[in-house]
Design a binder for this molecule. Structure first.
Ligand SMILES: C[S@@+](CC[C@H](N)C(=O)[O-])C[C@H]1O[C@@H](n2cnc3c(N)ncnc32)[C@H](O)[C@@H]1O
Length: 486
């Protein structure tokens, strides 16, 4: 064993477990060189999983470098990264009251608006709409935004109507987003969350911006979402299949309902490979954890020392209880592991890689036909995870209104904003009549009259108020009245 260990590369942490299982008396039979390798690897994993300072500085920790040994001074640890460019507006100017007027249209009748109605779509630039919401004291528990990604393209609907442009330069885009994100922060409850859905183009810039506006301590996740299936890709680079969501909370106390997904049978069989006499599926997990301890979890249990650099995960009395209940599996070599049973109702916690929420990809999926329309199930999941029924959800770049539908379907209040007339049409149609199977657009079929519509509702449609920035109404009265008449 010790000879073999000299030839082999250092074992990985998982091979440690294999080793422990298959090597009787492992702790004494290892060579000192092997022990050193094992400890290094164990320490590597421990650091990656976040062990305490005391553990890092225990006798087996090795500091390779003094990172301060530089020819020029490094910035101090408490310095923050800031973005610097021209025309960066002061926060006071952004949150000042611009008193923009908004009108509500109701079947051809125009009403001056005192207060933004709950459950509404606002046609207009979201800077003024968010500013209005701020000064009317609307507070959202959840803000989801899917702004232009900074692609440099224009977007058209499936019927080839122009929907919106995405052609700002990088710095213009950043300051455009900064102003709106500051307003959004001011429109959030203290237990609120914000999700910024973005492509690879401006992801890094927006991460810095979000840290600046919301505080890096309120960063929760950078989610990677698989947006489409593999495609034929001919450029000299890797195919792009994902986009990203930056998830922040306003404070440490934020609403959270753990979302879970039903696992596939193949996953259950892979993760819970063993079956007991009663036909129950289970898996075996180690009962030790990284780091040494001086207390009872660092002492031998049933005469067995925890592996070097580790401690028992449970107190001896808890381990005794597991053992009494038959929940400890003893290998032939005397290595104890805990049995974890598969419970059929168990859902698997969602990770920060979302593979199950691709955008519409087959003919039976019901959509509005708006370009960049997002997956409704994904929005329902986000809304349920980060708000409660009765809370307000805001989507300031709402496009076809996917977030509004998700909020309505789950009994939340909603306000959606978009500056595009195409978006306004898509939202009002969706909120009044539902969505259509994608195939109808693809096959170029004519839209059915409302009465015989194939539009699909999961629930009875609720009223969605149609609100418009009065300047837009003055300038484009005909178009706006047309949308109201949908
Ligand atoms: C990526 S799309 C949103 C798609 C949406 N998530 C959906 O599911 O349909 C981005 C939207 O932002 C809108 N937009 C861009 N700039 C805006 C602004 N200043 N105010 C309001 N909406 C804006 C565009 O018109 C476009 O509809």
């Amino acid at each position: 064993m010790s000879q073999q260990s000299k030839r082999d590369p250092p074992p990985t942490t998982s091979s440690w477990d294999t080793l422990v299982d298959s090597t009787p008396g492992y702790a004494v039979s290892l060579s000192s060189e092997f022990m050193r390798c094992s400890i290094l690897v164990t320490k590597g994993r421990a650091m990656a999983t976040g062990i305490t300072k005391r553990e890092q500085h225990s006798a087996d920790a090795i500091s390779a470098l003094d990172l301060r040994d530089e020819p020029f001074p490094l910035p101090g640890d408490s310095e923050a990264v800031t973005l610097s460019y021209v025309n960066k507006a002061p926060v006071e100017d952004i949150v000042a009251d611009y008193s923009r007027k908004f009108m509500r249209l109701e079947r051809g009748v125009e009403h001056a608006l005192e207060q933004m109605p709950a459950d509404s779509f606002v046609l207009g630039d979201n800077f003024y709409a968010l500013n209005k919401l701020l000064h009317q004291d609307h507070k959202a528990t959840l803000i989801y935004l899917d702004p232009p990604y900074g692609t440099g393209f224009d977007f058209h609907s499936r019927d080839l109507e122009h929907s919106y442009g995405d052609r700002m330069g990088q710095v213009t885009y950043l300051e455009f987003m900064r102003r709106r994100l500051i307003l959004m922060r001011e429109c959030m409850t203290s237990d609120g969350s914000i999700y910024v859905h973005i492509g690879h183009q401006m992801l890094a810039h927006l991460k810095v911006l979000m840290d600046d506006i919301f505080g890096s301590n309120n960063f929760r996740n950078l989610i990677c979402r698989r947006k489409c299936s593999s495609k034929n890709f001919t450029r000299k680079q890797y195919a792009n299949l994902n986009d990203y969501i930056l998830f922040y909370s306003k404070s440490k106390q934020y609403k959270w309902n753990q979302p879970g997904i039903e696992p596939e049978q193949s996953w259950i069989e892979r993760e819970y490979p063993k079956i007991d006499k009663l036909g129950r599926r289970y898996k075996l997990v180690p009962i030790h954890a990284p780091g040494t301890r001086n207390g009872e979890t660092g002492k031998p249990w049933k005469g067995l020392e925890p592996p070097p650099g580790k401690h028992w995960q449970y107190s001896p009395s808890k381990l005794d209880e597991f053992d009494r209940q038959g929940d400890i599996h003893w290998s032939r070599n005397g290595n104890p592991r805990r049995k974890i049973y598969w419970v059929s109702k168990k859902k698997v916690a969602l990770t920060d890689y979302w593979d199950g929420y691709r955008d519409a990809h087959h003919q039976s999926i019901k959509i509005t036909g708006y370009p960049t329309e997002k997956n409704l199930e994904m929005l329902r999941m986000i809304v349920t995870a980060s708000s409660e029924p009765g809370d307000l959800v805001i989507d300031p770049f709402c496009g076809s209104g996917t977030t509004l539908q998700a909020a309505r379907d789950t009994d939340r209040g909603y306000i959606g904003i978009d500056a595009s007339f195409m978006a306004a049409k898509a939202v009002m149609r969706r909120m009044r009549y539902g969505v259509e199977p994608m195939g109808d657009y693809v096959n170029g079929k004519k839209r059915l009259p409302k009465a015989q519509s194939l539009f699909h509702f999961d629930r009875t449609p609720a009223k969605c108020a149609f609100v418009v920035d009065s300047r837009l109404l003055d300038e484009y009265r005909g178009e706006v009245i047309g949308i109201d008449g949908i």
